[in-house]
Write a new protein. Structure first.
Length: 257
């Protein structure tokens, strides 16, 4: 009985937050139509404010370690779930690069679009155009976050960091901010939070809201200068940093071998 009450209370809170997000996104749309000039900085500030409230409506206790960089950087993080986006987006004003399928999600896709998310279709020829957009954001002094694995995992491993996604940092000589995110439940790897395989958003959300509160650790690691380095080297350095943070030195060294 108590679990059912908790579930419906969480649903009500989440719906209220989503309603607030829809109102904010509609307001931004009106300002854009009125020709209020450059809106990206406003989008990022409002998005962070909204994502902080969305994170609070999810059943997580979040602990952030490390320093939020003041200068613009390309943030690169391992990817476990769609919840990575609100949790990381609450840390700093960020724009995101996401797979094109997210744009078609009901409500969430529209909100992501209004928040300034850039979408890329895997296997298409638009990666060059997206790279130019990423570089433009960085040159304009704005933080960007990408998931260079290109997909989610269950949190037990890291996939290849695709170096082409880091081209914008190398071209603009903007540092890379590695981020490690980990979900824990009773001290062990959380098996509910990962959003993988054929999972759908609604089913996953229901499972989350019915579950007990889990722990999330977000580590902002030492920034990596990109000046004078190739995108491959920067990608390898970023992956090694995240690998060490999540799994320790020994696994990182074994991977390199």
């Amino acid at each position: 009985m108590l679990k059912s009450v908790r579930f419906y209370a969480r649903v009500a809170r989440l719906l209220a937050v989503i309603g607030l997000g829809l109102s904010l996104a509609a307001w931004v749309g009106v300002l854009e139509r009125l020709g209020r000039g450059q809106m990206m900085a406003t989008r990022q500030r409002l998005t962070r404010w909204f994502l902080a409230r969305l994170s609070g409506a999810l059943p997580f206790r979040v602990r952030v370690s490390g320093r939020v960089p003041e200068q613009p950087m390309l943030w690169v993080s391992n990817h476990v779930s769609w919840t990575d986006i609100p949790l990381l987006g609450a840390v700093a004003p960020l724009s995101f690069l996401s797979k094109a399928e997210v744009r078609a999600w009901p409500v969430a896709g529209w909100l992501a679009h209004k928040a300034g998310t850039l979408f890329i279709r895997r296997g298409s020829g638009d990666s060059g155009l997206v790279g130019q957009q990423l570089a433009r954001h960085l040159r304009d002094g704005r933080h960007l976050l990408i998931f260079p694995e290109g997909t989610t995992t269950d949190g037990s491993l890291l996939k290849t960091f695709h170096s082409r996604l880091l081209t914008s940092a190398v071209e603009t000589e903007v540092p890379v901010q590695p981020v490690a995110i980990r979900y824990l439940r009773d001290g062990q790897r959380d098996e509910i939070a990962p959003f993988i395989g054929e999972d759908d958003l609604l089913s996953h959300l229901v499972r989350l809201l019915r579950s007990d509160r889990a722990e999330v650790e977000i580590q902002l690691l030492e920034p990596i200068p990109s000046e004078g380095l190739s995108r491959t080297v920067v990608s390898q350095k970023a992956k090694s940093a995240v690998q060490r943070a999540l799994f320790g030195e020994e696994e990182d060294e074994a991977l390199a071998a």
